[in-house]
Design a protein around this ligand. Structure first.
Ligand code: PLP
Length: 382
């Protein structure tokens, strides 16, 4: 197959950034650490000048990400939050943002602070309530509708095509945080979104050893130029080593996603009837209210994120969170190792996340070991 023919995401990922070093035959790109680039004899640049503007390591990674997302362009940032806030930085004072009531708390705190300073108008909607998103957008007439493909950490499913219609009818753009559904699981631009965001810290890198953020755009328009200016002027660019590690992590993304999805479904099914369990929140379960939409927009599995509500309230949840032996009691998600987090500990005081909610990030270990570990922790807590 010609190298430029349209390839499946698995193929693009497995060979991400390969065959660059024609001189030595090295099959992976070197880490280019340079922060400055010399001009030629005519005092012209060779495409790079200074690493806050651009760097060969970002170019390769951004090319792969744009192709995976079906985007016109992508930009990588120092963290997810550096990328996400670059989107809102381009708004004019008083422009509106509509976002879910339950979403990644760090970004919501940032949005609330910006609203309190009068920089934006912020409207939050209940993603679990049918029609609430459409009503909020029609009423607020925002510049940006920001959604998560699955809301973190309750995993309500947002219908991306419906969100795009609502946004566009109100003259807004749709920006989608697809951190928990990387481009092997869901491609928001195909469903009508204008902008896709990832915390690359999670599934894209997948090994809990990089902080990074990504934006990918349907079109290189004035808003995209503004985002590029923010990255340049605020300086939240990804480091060269982080870009290299992210590319390396992405080569196994398709396999990691497949395994995490299979493990999570097995765990959700095995534990939903445990006597200590009040509720399992996982879109892969038929009982989940968003299951049909999730199935339609995520044909390659439901991913590795789920939450459980356990009996015994906050104290019961704490007993389970401290009772696992394999699941590591840590924040973050999307890595090869399974994590458990008592979410209320990190949520802000006005959070709507239930105090008995435990967030699980399912890794690529053997499903039977994960099930046994969670079962013994639930047994002990009962
Ligand atoms: N979006 C989601 C859904 C997240 O889970 C996170 C981090 O936890 C972020 C955004 C922020 O990303 P980062 O921690 O890389 O800044």
């Amino acid at each position: 197959m010609a190298r430029n023919a349209r390839q499946a995401p698995e193929t693009l990922l497995a060979q991400a950034g390969h065959f660059l070093d024609r001189e030595t035959g090295a099959v992976v790109p070197p880490i280019q650490a340079a922060t400055t680039f010399a001009r030629d004899g005519d005092y012209q640049t060779r495409g790079y000048t200074y690493a806050r503007t651009d760097q060969p390591g970002y170019t390769v990674l951004e090319g792969v990400l744009a192709e995976l997302e079906g985007a016109e362009a992508a930009l990588v940032f120092a963290s997810g939050l550096a990328a996400a806030t670059a989107v809102f930085d381009g708004l004019q004072p008083g422009q509106g943002v509509v976002a879910p009531q339950v979403m990644y708390h760090g970004l919501q705190v940032w949005l609330k602070r910006a609203a309190a300073k009068g920089l934006i108008r912020l409207t939050l909607f209940d993603a679990a309530k049918p029609g609430a998103m459409e009503a909020a957008v029609a009423e607020a007439k925002p510049a940006i509708l920001w959604v998560e493909t699955l809301t973190n950490p309750t995993w309500d499913v947002i219908d991306i095509a419906a969100a795009a219609r609502a946004a566009h009818e109100a003259g807004a753009i749709l920006a989608v945080d697809a951190t928990v559904t990387p481009p092997v699981g869901l491609r928001p631009l195909d469903l009508g979104a204008d902008l896709v965001f990832h915390s690359a810290t999670k599934y894209l890198n997948g090994h809990s050893d990089v902080l990074g953020g990504v934006l990918a755009t349907r079109r290189k328009d004035a808003m995209w130029d503004e985002i590029g200016q923010t990255r340049l002027l605020v300086g939240g660019v990804m480091g060269a080593f982080e870009a290299w590690l992210t590319l390396r992590g992405m080569r196994t993304l398709a396999l990691r996603w497949e395994r995490a999805s299979a493990n999570a479904l097995a765990l959700a099914q095995a534990l939903q009837d445990h006597p200590a369990m009040a509720q399992v929140l996982y879109p892969g379960l038929h009982s989940h209210p968003g299951h049909a939409i999730a199935q339609a927009q995520m044909p390659n599995g439901f991913g590795g994120m789920m939450s459980i509500l356990v009996k015994g309230g906050e104290a019961g949840a704490r007993r389970v969170a401290t009772g696992t032996q394999l699941f590591l009691p840590a924040t973050s998600l999307g890595g090869v190792e399974s994590l458990i987090e008592h979410r209320i500990v990190v949520e802000p005081p006005d959070s709507q996340v239930p105090p008995d909610l435990l967030r699980l990030s399912i890794g690529i270990e053997a499903a039977e070991d994960l099930i046994a570990d969670m079962r013994q922790a639930l047994d002990a807590a009962t």
